[in-house]
Ligand binder design. Structure first.
Ligand code: HEC
Ligand code: HEC
Ligand code: HEC
Ligand code: HEC
Ligand code: HEC
Ligand code: HEC
Length: 354
């Protein structure tokens, strides 16, 4: 075992030296320098280990630590320190809300706290105080185990050509788990540019996101018995939602929007023609997908909502819980939850979380 890994390491380093062109981005063109993420441990016979990790080669707990040493507060800053002052957004959302003691902004939320664990994916990294989700033992709708969840559950630490180095079809060794669907097709804003997300600088979602999430969740809201929100996955926009999305410019101006500028990053959709700076609304080829309503990492809403899923008006976001209020895309008061971007009458609000 040890010998095999050592041989593997040497072979990989040799390949690395031969194949990797001059650096133009840390991960972008293949595996980055091994030493940025691994140490050699001679007493263990040259086994490649993660720095600060246990001698276990495949220690998920320390896999996230490796990534957070660079990405925690810089290069996209997916974590941050203070859940009331999240770092600038680049699309994926933030893990900092896992530190919150209450994110429940529903009625009487102050007296019925929901801990930060419900703010999104509870990645495990004890060194910064992040532990396994106490409620969901597995991915809701699927079988992926919560005690295995790390950055390297979704992103390939050794880099690949996919959108955000997400895993495609295949076996994830460290979690002993198979992905059946390929990585989504999308284009990210460049975190190296330090230009964070705006209405004309945002992830361009092209196709396949719902399928990709289904690698772990199945088609969650389609599942029988999930009456809280029976949104089929990959809904095609009907004429009524197209015109609603395009004309809606906040509850104070529900019919005054301009199709050329109606896009909001708070309610994105997939389309083959999506680009990072596109500002126009949906057409008949556009589709609703998981990240229309969720952030991939987390937010200060339950279930990583792109807006707070518990409030009746965005004005109440943060009021009951004292958590970070997600900025509203519209200026006026009494803005309802952003289901209103596509529905003039919201068909049955989502039920409460268990
Ligand atoms: C030594 C610092 C360092 C470590 C460790 C590191 N990254 Fe990065 N990463 C960067 C930098 C710098 C960028 C900025 C873009 C670039 O230079 O390619 C980046 C970019 C990214 C991107 C955006 C895609 C891209 O190519 O721009 C993702 C996703 C990412 N890293 C994930 C991870 C994950 C997951 C881990 C842990 C397995 C990790 N990184 C570990 C430095 C690091
Ligand atoms: C950006 C950080 C990063 C870089 C750079 C990196 N690794 Fe890794 N490597 C990891 C992480 C994290 C894991 C654990 C994966 C997991 O837990 O899912 C790992 C696992 C491994 C493993 C065991 C599992 C496997 O995939 O075979 C080997 C062997 C390995 N790395 C070798 C290398 C070599 C050789 C290089 C340089 C060519 C390298 N790594 C570069 C982060 C990195
Ligand atoms: C590698 C497997 C994996 C993938 C891929 C994945 N998830 Fe998850 N997800 C999990 C696990 C495990 C949990 C349960 C642990 C937790 O709640 O943090 C979870 C929990 C969630 C939750 C509930 C969070 C909470 O605490 O209430 C939401 C919402 C969610 N995922 C949405 C998504 C979306 C949207 C995608 C696609 C962008 C996605 N997931 C992709 C594994 C995954
Ligand atoms: C459940 C899957 C999942 C997990 C776990 C996860 N990511 Fe991501 N990550 C994504 C997806 C999907 C995107 C693209 C989001 C978008 O643009 O909508 C992304 C985007 C990113 C980006 C680009 C910047 C941004 O905010 O969009 C970086 C950097 C990154 N992830 C690093 C990490 C690190 C570091 C960890 C662990 C601390 C991690 N990710 C854990 C799925 C995941
Ligand atoms: C139209 C908006 C919308 C879309 C699209 C959507 N969701 Fe949700 N999702 C929600 C809302 C709202 C909740 C909260 C329901 C509640 O509070 O019970 C939720 C809850 C969840 C949860 C449960 C969290 C928990 O801990 O119980 C998971 C997992 C989840 N969604 C995954 C997905 C996946 C995977 C997709 C894509 C296949 C998806 N969602 C698409 C709005 C959406
Ligand atoms: C990006 C646009 C969009 C957003 C945002 C959105 N929906 Fe939908 N919704 C659709 C589309 C498209 C359909 C399918 C077309 C249809 O059945 O009329 C649909 C259908 C539905 C349906 C079933 C059909 C019906 O009319 O009874 C319900 C229920 C529903 N949505 C609830 C919600 C809730 C609750 C939210 C907010 C959590 C939400 N939707 C957010 C686009 C959206």
């Amino acid at each position: 075992m040890v010998v095999n890994l050592k041989t593997l390491l040497i072979v990989q380093i040799l390949l690395f030296v031969v194949m990797v062109p001059a650096a133009n981005g840390f991960h972008r063109d293949g595996v980055a320098q091994c030493g940025s993420c691994h140490v050699m441990h001679n007493q263990e016979g040259g086994v490649v280990m993660l720095p600060g990790g246990s001698p276990q080669l495949l220690n998920d707990a320390s896999a996230s630590g490796v990534c957070l040493s660079c990405h925690g507060e810089q290069f996209g800053a997916v974590l941050g320190i203070d859940p009331l002052v999240p770092p600038p957004e680049f699309g994926g959302g933030k893990f900092v809300f896992l530190f919150e003691d209450n994110i429940n902004d529903g009625p009487a939320g102050a007296d019925n706290p929901i801990g930060g664990y419900a703010s999104g994916h509870s990645i495990i990294e004890p060194s910064v105080g992040l532990s396994e989700d106490p409620v969901n033992m597995r991915a809701p709708g699927g079988t992926f185990r919560s005690n295995k969840l790390s950055c390297a559950s979704c992103h390939d630490p050794h880099g690949n050509q996919n959108f955000q180095m997400l895993y495609g079809v295949g076996h994830i060794k460290s979690s002993n788990y198979n992905f059946n669907y390929p990585a989504p097709i999308a284009q990210s804003i460049d975190i190296a540019s330090r230009r964070s997300e705006t209405q004309d600088n945002h992830t361009a979602y092209i196709s396949g996101m719902s399928e990709w999430c289904a690698n772990c969740h199945g088609f969650y809201h389609d599942l029988v018995g999930r009456e809280s929100l029976e949104h089929e996955f990959n809904l095609t926009f009907e004429e009524s939602q197209i015109s609603r999305y395009n004309s809606y410019s906040g509850i104070q101006n529900p019919d005054g929007g301009d199709p050329a500028t109606s896009y909001i990053v708070e309610v994105p959709f997939e389309d083959a023609s999506a680009t990072i700076n596109k500002t126009s609304g949906p057409t008949s080829t556009s589709r609703v997908m998981c990240l229309t309503c969720h952030r991939a990492h987390g937010s200060s809403s339950v279930a990583a909502g792109r807006w707070d899923f518990r409030v009746t008006s965005l004005d109440y976001d943060g009021v009951e819980s004292g958590s970070y209020p997600i900025p509203s895309p519209y200026n006026g008061p009494n803005e309802p939850p952003l289901c209103s971007k596509c529905h003039s009458t919201v068909p049955s609000a989502p039920a409460t979380q268990e």
